[in-house]
Design a protein around this ligand. Structure first.
Ligand SMILES: [Zn+2]
Length: 427
């Protein structure tokens, strides 16, 4: 027995040594053009060298060694993998309350997670190699499991940061409108008071939350002076406790804040990102720029859900466009986020890009928001968000020039994540 095991160890060591002598061969990606968001430059005829899951070299007019494995994208523009920092992989569209209630009342978490596997595959195929999933809408911690399944190679999907259950106060979040005698599920973890809020943050982090998400306002109405007003949900004590607890545990806070008070209170409490922000007062934009609080505008979803909602949602569109323009002018950092899941996953979230350009960003700025700025918001800028040595080989490509035709980003036909090709332009 002993002799056999010694022999086995020797064999294992020899094969390990042999394995070390032969590292995985470098692979090459030839891009007709390559957009670099960090410089705003479009480079021509670029050869990217990939070792394992990372980029090792990026060079113009270079030739790969003879016999090397080359992916030829000479007629494509390459870009860093896109990032959507506001998704709901476990939600499949909710224009009306009925759409939402149906999913929470008639679909088990297991079934919703199965649908979620389709959402994450679609996200990757659209060209989003990283997403921040901003709460499961009643599906518990299923986002943590989706992330785990992707990281373990069980299912295809983007890199994920997840927010798990989100927080709101009693009476503020659906399901609502049912008889008081019936206990219905809620799309959030309901907390009241700073202590309960603090405990929920601890609990969510212990079960795998990367981010803490709060709903800071509700019940929107347009005042006579055109300001979009609301009912703020949390007291300042509650909001401050949540931010303090999350930050103490080195986690960031995303705040759903659509209107005047929700945004103002969130900014005052020191959250890290303002989600939606249909109306933001100039003074709050100024504070956001100064404190580095990131704006995630989610413009498309507003147009999409307005069709099936009360009139105020249609009124909010113009207010949103105006806020977006003021935010760009004020120098607020804007990350790309769409709220996909709020609209159906069969719609490519890249539909957001032309709207950002329509409302005042250059195509370069819009792409930068979906790459570098999003990477900074997620704290992954050392690993992703640009195409450079040592970063993950998260690379997408499209035929044509997205700086001339930003809508082309809805037709990405090559997707690589961590050096692995998930969608191939080659036939
Ligand atoms: Zn959302």
């Amino acid at each position: 027995m002993k002799r056999v095991s010694v022999l086995a160890v020797v064999v294992a060591l020899v094969s390990l040594a042999a394995g070390q002598e032969k590292p995985a061969p470098a692979r090459y990606l030839r891009c007709g053009a390559l957009f670099q968001p960090e410089s705003g430059q479009m480079r021509r005829n670029v050869l990217i060298t990939i070792l394992g899951e990372r980029i090792s070299d990026v060079r113009e007019n270079a030739q790969p060694p003879a016999g090397a494995q080359v992916i030829d994208l000479a007629d494509h523009t390459c870009l860093p993998g896109l990032m959507d920092t506001h998704t709901h992989t476990l939600l499949q569209g909710d224009i009306t309350p009925a759409d939402y209630d149906e999913q929470l009342l008639k679909q088990s978490t297991a079934y919703r997670a199965i649908l979620g596997t389709r959402s994450v595959r679609r996200a990757l195929e659209y060209g989003f190699t990283t997403i921040r999933d901003l709460e499961t809408e009643g599906a518990g911690y299923a986002d943590v499991d989706l992330k785990k399944a992707i990281n373990n190679g069980v299912i295809p999907g983007p890199r994920m940061k997840v927010a798990t259950r989100a927080l709101d106060v009693t009476g503020a979040y659906p399901l609502s409108g049912y008889s008081w005698e019936i206990h219905v599920p809620h799309g959030v973890q309901v907390v009241d008071g700073p202590d309960e809020a603090r405990k929920a943050v601890r609990e969510q982090i212990s079960f795998g939350a990367d981010w803490i998400k709060v709903y800071s306002d509700r019940s929107y109405f347009v005042r006579d002076d055109g300001v979009l007003d609301d009912i703020p949900t949390f007291t300042m004590d509650e909001l401050r406790a949540i931010v303090d607890e999350a930050h103490r545990e080195h986690h960031k806070v995303a705040s759903h804040a659509i209107a005047l008070n929700g945004v103002h209170n969130s900014v005052e409490a020191g959250v890290d990102s303002i989600e939606h922000g249909n109306y933001i007062a100039d003074a709050d934009l100024k504070t956001m720029a100064a404190k580095g609080i990131v704006y995630v505008p989610t413009l498309f979803v507003g147009e999409y859900v307005a069709k099936g909602r009360p009139k105020v949602w249609a009124d909010m569109l113009q207010i949103h466009a105006d806020t977006f323009r003021r935010a760009v002018a004020a120098g607020v950092r804007i990350a790309f986020g769409t709220d996909v899941g709020g609209f159906d996953w069969s719609i490519n979230p890249a539909v957001e890009f032309p709207i950002m350009v329509k409302y005042g960003m250059t195509p370069e700025q819009a792409i930068r928001s979906a790459t570098l700025t999003s990477a900074e918001l997620l704290g992954v800028e050392e690993d992703a968000g640009s195409i450079a040595p040592k970063k993950y080989a998260d690379i997408v490509a499209v035929k044509g020039d997205p700086l001339q035709h930003i809508e082309l980003l809805q037709q990405i036909d090559f997707v690589m994540k961590g050096g692995e090709v998930f969608k191939s332009a080659e036939r």
